[in-house]
Design a protein around this ligand. Structure first.
Ligand code: PBG
Length: 326
C-alpha cells in the first residue's frame, strides 16, 4: 500500500509520543477543595465521596503538611455549618469567631506559603440552602450582593488570599472588587465562578455540607446547561468587573464551554471537577470497571487540553502522587 501520510509514525514509541505531546499537567495546576467542620482532632468520612472527609481545623492543618509535601499549595475551603447557626440571611458567614475565620487563621499561621481560597455564597450558612437571600420564594439579587460583598471583605480580613464568588448573582464581582479595594485589599484575588451551571453533579457536595436547597432549585441564578453563549456573556462581564481568574463548573460535561471561554478570556481559566464527577469515577472503580489512576490522569489531561490553567479537584492528592511516580 503506497501511503505518504502515516500519522502513526509519530506515535511509534513513548519517547516520540512525549516529544510531540501538546498538553502537560503539573501538580502546580491543582487546587484541592477541602471540607471543614467544628471540633478537635476529628475526621468524618463523607459517604457520598469515598476518600474525602470533613476535617476539624487542627487535623486539616496536619493533613496540609502531608499534602504540601506532595506539592499542593492551593486549598479551597468549604465549612460545614451547624444547622442551629443557619438563618435566612446567612449571618454566620460574617461571624468573626466562626469556623471559617478560625480555619483560615490557623492554616495561614501554620502554612504561610499556601494559598487559601474562600468560597463566597450563602448556601452553607443559609437556612434556605440558597446562595442568596430568599424572600417569598424568590432569590433577591441586590440584597444578596451586598451581603456577599461583606462576606468577601470579612474573608479578606481573616487572611484569605483569594475570594471565590460561587453564587451567580448579577454584579457581585464588581461590587466585591470595589469593597475590597476601598479597604485596601487590592492584593486579594477574585476567582469568579463565571459559568456555573444548575447541575445535578453537585449532589455529593451538598450531602457533604448538608447545604441542599430547602425548596426549589438554583435555576434562577445558576446557568441553563443548554447554553454556551450565555457563558461567554457571564465571563466577559466578570472580567470587566475585575475577575482575576474565571471558572467553569462542572468540568467534564462542560469541556466545550472551557474551550470557548479559553478562546475569549484575557484572564486564566479554571475548571471545577465537581463532587458528582469524583463520585462517578469512584463508583466505577468500586465496581471494578475502571482503572482509577488512568481515569484520573485522563480526566485531568482533558481539562488542560480544553484550556484550563487551574483545576479544582478532589483527586488533587492522588493526582499529585501519580505525578511524583512518573
Ligand atoms: C456553593 C457551592 C457548590 C459547589 C461549590 N460551591 C454547591 C452548589 O452550588 O449547590 C459544588 C461543588 C461540588 O459539587 O464539588 N455555592
Amino acid at each position: 500500500m503506497s501511503q505518504i501520510q502515516r500519522p502513526r509514525r509519530n506515535r511509534k514509541n513513548q519517547a516520540i509520543r512525549d516529544l510531540v505531546s501538546e498538553t502537560q499537567i503539573l501538580t502546580q495546576n491543582l487546587i484541592y477543595p477541602v471540607f471543614v467542620c467544628e471540633g478537635n482532632n476529628t475526621e468524618t468520612p463523607i459517604k457520598a465521596m469515598p476518600g474525602q472527609s470533613r476535617w476539624t481545623p487542627d487535623l486539616l492543618s496536619k493533613k496540609i503538611t502531608e499534602w504540601k509535601n506532595l506539592g499542593l499549595n492551593h486549598y479551597a475551603l468549604f465549612p460545614q455549618i451547624e444547622e442551629s447557626k443557619k438563618d435566612s440571611r446567612g449571618t454566620e458567614a460574617l461571624n468573626d469567631n466562626g469556623l471559617l475565620p478560625d480555619t483560615i487563621k490557623r492554616l495561614k499561621d501554620d502554612h504561610p506559603e499556601i494559598n487559601i481560597i474562600a468560597d463566597v455564597a450563602l448556601d452553607p450558612f443559609s437556612s434556605d440552602g440558597h446562595d442568596g437571600v430568599v424572600e417569598n420564594g424568590k432569590i433577591l439579587n441586590d440584597v444578596s450582593v451586598e451581603i456577599l460583598s461583606q462576606m468577601a471583605l470579612k474573608q479578606a480580613q481573616w487572611g484569605a488570599d483569594w475570594v471565590a464568588p460561587s453564587d451567580m448573582m448579577d454584579g457581585r464581582i464588581g461590587s466585591i472588587r470595589k469593597l475590597l479595594d476601598q479597604h485596601n485589599f487590592t492584593d486579594v484575588n477574585i476567582l469568579a465562578y463565571s459559568a456555573k451551571y444548575a447541575s445535578c453533579f453537585y449532589g455529593p457536595f451538598r450531602d457533604a455540607l448538608q447545604s441542599a436547597p430547602k425548596f426549589g432549585d438554583k435555576k434562577t441564578y445558576q446557568m441553563d446547561p443548554r447554553n454556551t453563549h450565555e457563558a461567554l456573556r457571564e465571563t466577559l462581564l466578570d472580567i470587566e468587573e475585575g475577575a482575576d481568574m474565571v471558572m467553569v463548573k462542572p468540568g467534564l460535561p462542560y469541556l466545550d464551554v472551557i474551550a470557548r471561554i479559553k478562546d475569549i478570556s484575557s484572564v486564566p481559566v479554571a475548571a471545577y471537577n465537581v463532587s458528582g464527577e469524583y463520585a462517578m469515577i469512584k463508583a466505577a472503580v468500586a465496581m471494578g470497571v475502571l482503572d482509577e489512576d488512568k481515569a484520573i490522569y485522563e480526566t485531568m489531561i482533558a481539562f488542560r487540553r480544553a484550556g484550563a490553567s487551574a483545576i479544582l479537584t478532589y483527586f488533587a492528592p492522588q493526582m499529585a502522587k501519580l505525578l511524583r511516580l512518573n
